[in-house]
Ligand binder design. Structure first.
Ligand code: ADP
Ligand code: MG
Length: 725
């Protein structure tokens, strides 16, 4: 459809401009066609019907009048009617109508001329005028033209061809002119309003189309917006539902109105069990106040606190640590109506934090234990040294000797404990430090060490755990015995903890291919699939939330890895017990010196210098050397020792490590600088022997003697030093 902007109508011809006029004419033709056809038939009928009148009042002209009516005018009207069915009609129809008007008019004019005295024919012309102007759909301009032409024709005809009086001609003309004028104006307005109407309809259609167009746009816009809204809604929903955090909403009085599905995943409750409940009912009573304070704070304008940590109970009744942030939603009155919060499980982090604190605490305790053990060793040295010497005296009565022997056993026990303590302190981790380790012995030590757990506590509760060992004679392996001890300690601790009602633990050792293996088999609660796969993960525990939990097996795993070995589950199932296998690579056996007794060797007397800052030890040392039959000189510090070495010849210097001013290592270094290959040096340590191995190499020390010193160990060391000269 074409729409027009300007509404100009030519006031005179009533035509529009250009294309619009063409469109209007097409429209006018279309809307007029039916009316025109009916009108033409009607007019033709009337024109014929008036023939009856002719036969009544114009008998003398009847032939002429019938010719006009039935051979000219009516055939013309019917031809035009018929012609209206041809396509070309639209182009010329107004001219044909115009022609019909005039011919119809002229027909009547002839009749008037022939019968000027009869008024009927004058009225006939009036009918022609009214039909021409109003009935047949002739346009205003054509109708006007035809009207005036007919009128002029009438005037000319009556003046020239009839003999009626001028008064009458003027009177009739007066009527016709008036009728013409009235008709002209009326036709003008009819067409004018038709055109106006056309314009308005056109504009209306235009507006309608515009409206439809914008409606369409609006619809597609709305569709797009709705889609976008749905998309973003979906996005946010997925975000909320797939988030690893819990998203929740609570009313101002604390009732849960929404929780994301993750609640179920993290805490186990079904959503229905949570919605409508008080949020703080799930929170640990010690943390409820914290949480409420948090809500209060975030509702204040300056909003200082942005998160809160609290414990929340899961469906199983366990407590989980959560951290949550939240935002208040304000109503129109500025009061809080609800809170939207995001909560995250931080149990693992809390766990780790506590574990770190605990491990720091443990390592501090370890340091302290080592220091205490060191001092303790010196005291034990004094006790057992003196005891050994006392027992050698023949003059001591028998019953006293019995008491002394008992004291000595206790002192030896105490020394073993101190040694274990030192091993557990496990100071350095360094594979180059690895020493031959007797695994069977390590295991036996661990069993003793763990005794309070599996024996004393259990039996106090009327329960019983038995431990069986099934050792093969396995070769020594290279490793750090302190670390290995902690591995077995943790494994056996787990086994004991898995048997709260008592049971049995079996240790089995043996050789398989190039490996030494240890099996630890218990009759405990066993492990489910999850525990089986997560056993070696740090912080994995099924023993509830407690500091330092879940580190035993991960620690064991890394120690065994460092030893190039392997630790794995052989068998386990819920309530079927557990079997763990640890295997470690075989290495060449190295003989360890201090434990070897060199009994029966031929005796050599040696010159020995002993350096110690502790007077009590110096005293025992002197006596020990004397008992062993060597010539001993005692010095109380490094400088004194160096002076003595300059004056006398010594085969061996035995020195304490921890001394003020010049320690044992420095002294050894000095001696080796001058007398390398001539004087052997042994250092005495209160610490674990391995710890000093690196220094031993560095300062050229030949032997390390561990406190408390036993006479037998001292004897074999001296023999060794003298015989290897
Ligand atoms: P913790 O003993 O502190 O829980 P561990 O790392 O030593 O940590 O052990 C991790 C978990 O492995 C234990 O919580 C337990 O579930 C499981 N586990 C370890 N050893 C055994 C065993 N012998 N029997 C049953 N479960 C065990
Ligand atoms: Mg454990």
């Amino acid at each position: 459809m074409i729409f027009y902007k300007d509404t100009d109508i030519n006031k005179f011809t009533l035509s529009f401009k250009g294309q619009r006029e063409k469109d209007y004419q097409a429209y006018y033709f279309k809307s007029s066609l039916k009316i025109f056809r009916v009108a033409f038939l009607f007019v033709a009928l009337l024109y014929g019907l008036f023939g009856f009148l002719d036969s009544e009042i114009a008998q003398e002209h009847i032939e002429l009048f019938y010719i006009i009516r039935f051979w000219v005018v009516i055939p013309l009207l019917l031809s035009v009617f018929a012609f209206s069915y041809l396509k070309i009609f639209e182009k010329i129809w107004q001219w044909l109508l115009f022609l019909s008007f005039i011919v119809g008019g002229w027909g009547i004019i002839i009749m008037i001329v022939k019968m000027p005295e009869n008024i009927t024919y004058y009225a006939g012309l009036m009918l022609v005028f009214s039909a021409g102007y109003f009935l047949i759909k002739l346009r205003f301009i054509f109708a006007t033209l035809a009207g005036w032409l007919t009128l002029i024709s009438f005037i000319i005809a009556v003046i020239w061809y009839s003999d009626i009086t001028y008064e009458l001609i003027i009177a009739y003309s007066f009527f016709y002119i008036s009728a013409n004028l009235i008709s002209m104006v009326a036709a003008y307005y009819i067409e004018f309003f038709d055109r106006k109407n056309y314009l308005l309809t056109n504009q209306l259609n235009q507006k309608k189309a515009e409206l439809e167009e914008s409606n369409k746009n609006l619809e597609s816009e709305v569709k797009l917006r709705t889609q976008a809204l749905a998309d973003s809604e979906k996005k946010f929903r997925t975000l909320v539902e797939k988030a690893s955090d819990i998203i929740y909403s609570i009313s101002s009085n604390g009732i849960i109105s929404y929780v994301s599905p993750n609640w179920t995943a993290l805490l186990g409750h079904d959503i229905e069990e949570v919605q409508g409940k008080q949020f703080i009912d799930f929170i640990h009573s010690d943390d409820v106040n914290n949480y409420l304070n948090f809500l209060r704070k975030i509702s204040e304008p300056d909003k200082k606190q942005n998160y809160v940590e609290y414990r929340i109970q899961n469906k199983n009744g366990d407590w989980k640590w959560h951290v949550s942030s939240a935002t208040p939603q304000f109503g129109e009155d500025g009061k809080v109506i609800s809170y939207i919060g995001i909560a995250r499980d931080i149990s693992e982090r809390k766990h780790a934090e506590k574990a770190v604190i605990e491990s720091q605490r443990l390592s501090a305790i370890g340091e302290m234990a080592s220091a205490v053990a060191h001092d303790f060793n010196n005291s034990l040295q004094a006790i057992s040294g003196n005891l050994e010497l006392a027992l050698l005296k023949p003059s001591i009565p028998k019953e006293i000797k019995k008491y002394l022997a008992t004291i000595q056993i206790s002192a030896t026990d105490a020394a073993t404990r101190v040694q274990l303590l030192q091993r557990f302190a496990g100071k350095k981790k360094n594979a180059s430090n690895y020493q031959p380790v007797k695994l069977n012995k390590v295991i036996s030590d661990v069993i003793v060490q763990a005794r309070p757990m599996w024996k004393d506590e259990m039996e106090a509760n009327g329960l019983h755990i038995s431990i069986e060992t099934c050792y093969e004679d396995i070769p020594e392996i290279l490793g750090n015995d302190g670390e290995l001890r902690s591995v077995f300690y943790n494994v056996v601790k787990n086994s004991i903890e898995a048997m709260p009602k008592g049971g049995k633990i079996i240790f089995k050792t043996g050789v398989k291919g190039n490996n030494v293996f240890v099996h630890i088999i218990d009759t405990g609660i066993g492990m489910n699939e999850e525990a089986k796969t997560r056993l070696f993960q740090p912080f994995f525990t099924t023993k509830g939330f407690e500091a330092g939990r879940g580190l035993g097996m991960s620690g064991a795993y890394s120690i065994i890895q460092e030893h190039k070995g392997n630790i794995k589950i052989l068998e386990t199932a819920p309530n079927q017990g557990t079997a763990i296998e640890i295997s470690l690579p075989l290495t060449i056996k190295e003989s360890s010196l201090e434990e070897d007794d060199i009994n029966g060797n031929s005796f050599k007397k040696g010159n020995i210098l002993w350096v110690d800052d502790d007077a009590m030890i110096r005293e025992i040392a002197g006596e020990m050397l004397q008992v062993l039959g060597h010539d001993g000189v005692i010095a109380e510090n490094g400088y004194q020792a160096l002076e003595l070495i300059e004056k006398r010849k010594f085969d061996l210097v035995i020195t304490d490590i921890g001394m003020p001013d010049m320690n044992g290592w420095r002294l050894a270094e000095k001696i080796k600088e001058k007398h390398f290959g001539k004087i052997k040096v042994a250092v005495i340590t209160g610490w674990n022997k391995q710890l000093n191995d690196e220094d031993k190499m560095k300062y050229g020390v030949d032997y390390i003697l561990v406190k408390p010193i036993k006479l037998a160990n001292l004897k074999s060391l001296i023999n060794n030093a003298l015989s290897s000269e």
